[in-house]
Design a protein around this ligand. Structure first.
Ligand SMILES: *Cc1c(COP(=O)(O)O)cnc(C)c1O
Length: 411
């Protein structure tokens, strides 16, 4: 059934259901041995998310440790260079550690503390989730085991150093292709062995219930702040709100507070090198309904339901599925999903550097590229972009492959 913003007044009370369903999507597909562990997390979260002590402690952490609220910024020079449409950024790049991921990692760490756990367990691909979680573990005085494929460890040396500097153990995964998929399996195995003392921390709005809900709730601060800040700055709603979609956490956090408002909402997926299999990670554009990693959603899969290879220039976006809430919002038509290629993202990256003095994460540059496309095609109005992270982590790669972006300025 197609829905408009008028159908979203009671959305948070109804979604997800107590089984973690967003319409046909979500749920909990687990080996029987892990069901008690996830039930414990679910029960604890349901209690704690209503506790005044938990809420006020999280507020204090956000203010004093993370540096929230992050500002909304009007890109006047960028907007003027494109036309009359105005581009605004929610500056999650200014959140401590330089991206939105710390928002849910601090929530997960605080939950672990309330449960009396001693350790946080996670897998990481590019290492961004691992670094944010290692930061949370250090803050709360918890141990942190991060499972990472040997191939990724070699590729992401600076993030491995950061995690270790923050006191985390980085455990190499040496079987199979030695990348994210094997790391997920290894982290699940470890959790199964250690769940009495440890808690598993997923890095996006994916995985079995309650993670898509819990991570969404922790990320909603982004959209709540942005909505209030934008209204205060301009007196009206933006015409469009947009964010990049990997697993979908920064985007869902940005989108949900705007669902009941008269704004268009656009999620941006990575088109990579193009539409061919293995050349992109645009699950919504090219995927189909299925189950993997413990939840039901829309995913890029082969005939046997195994994840297909994915690619994006932004390593934080190359996931073969999306959070189940996105799949629901897609099907009911409330959120539209568009794609942006590597080249479009890189043009946006360099424009923001030169015109506004902000080096964005390549992930975030995908959302910005959509806003630039929108501003070129619309001569009025405004678009609010979630700038999910800063690009310091990307500059060596970018310089090696694109220099200082000369080719984008020669047109
Ligand atoms: C990890 C990451 C993303 C993608 O993850 P989501 O769960 O889709 O938000 C986007 N931007 C940055 C900066 C990231 O580190």
């Amino acid at each position: 059934m197609q829905k408009t913003y008028r159908d979203f007044d009671n959305y948070l009370k109804e979604f997800p259901t107590s089984e973690g369903r967003f319409g046909e999507y979500g749920g909990q597909y687990l080996p029987p041995e892990l069901i008690p562990a996830f039930r414990e997390i679910d029960d604890a979260y349901e209690t704690i998310c209503h506790s005044a002590q938990f809420i006020s402690e999280l507020r204090r952490i956000r203010r004093e440790f993370q540096g929230r609220p992050t500002p909304v910024f009007h890109c006047e020079r960028l907007s003027r260079s494109l036309g009359k449409c105005q581009i605004y950024l929610k500056r999650e790049d200014l959140n401590h550690t330089g991206a939105h991921k710390l928002n849910h990692c601090m929530g997960e760490g605080l939950l672990a503390k309330f449960l009396g756990k001693k350790k946080l367990i996670a897998e990481t691909g590019a290492g961004q989730h691992g670094v944010a979680l290692a930061t949370a573990a250090a803050y709360f005085g918890l141990e942190c085991d991060v499972y990472m494929g040997e191939v990724d460890i070699a590729k992401q040396a600076p993030n491995v150093t950061r995690m270790k500097m923050l006191g985390a153990r980085v455990i190499p995964v040496t079987h199979g292709l030695k990348t994210l998929k094997e790391a997920v399996d290894a982290a699940f195995d470890a959790y199964l062995r250690e769940y009495k003392d440890a808690i598993y921390c997923i890095g996006s709005v994916v995985g079995p219930h309650p993670f898509p809900k819990m991570v969404r709730d922790f990320q909603m601060i982004v959209g709540q702040e942005a909505r209030e800040q934008f209204l205060e700055m301009t007196g009206i709603f933006p015409d469009v709100v947009t964010a990049c979609v990997g697993g979908g956490s920064n985007s869902i956090g940005m989108f949900v507070p705007f669902l009941a408002d008269p704004v268009d909402i656009v999620g941006v997926e990575p088109l990579g090198r193009g539409p061919g299999v293995g050349d992109n990670a645009a699950s919504m554009a090219f995927g189909s309904k299925g189950v993997m990693h413990g939840f039901e959603s829309i995913m890029l899969q082969d005939e046997k339901g195994e994840p297909l290879p994915v690619y994006s220039i932004a390593s934080g976006l190359d996931y073969p599925s999306v959070g189940p809430e996105h799949a629901y919002l897609h099907d009911c038509g409330r959120v539209r999903y568009e794609t942006v290629s590597d080249e479009e993202a890189m043009e946006a990256f360099f424009l923001l550097c030169r015109l506004e003095g902000i080096i964005p994460a390549i992930e975030s540059a995908h959302a910005l590229a959509y806003a630039i496309r929108y501003a070129r095609n619309n001569s009025t109005g405004s678009i609010l972009v979630n700038l999910s992270g800063r690009g310091d982590k990307d500059i060596d790669y970018v310089f090696e492959h694109y220099g200082y972006g000369e080719k984008f300025f020669q047109k």
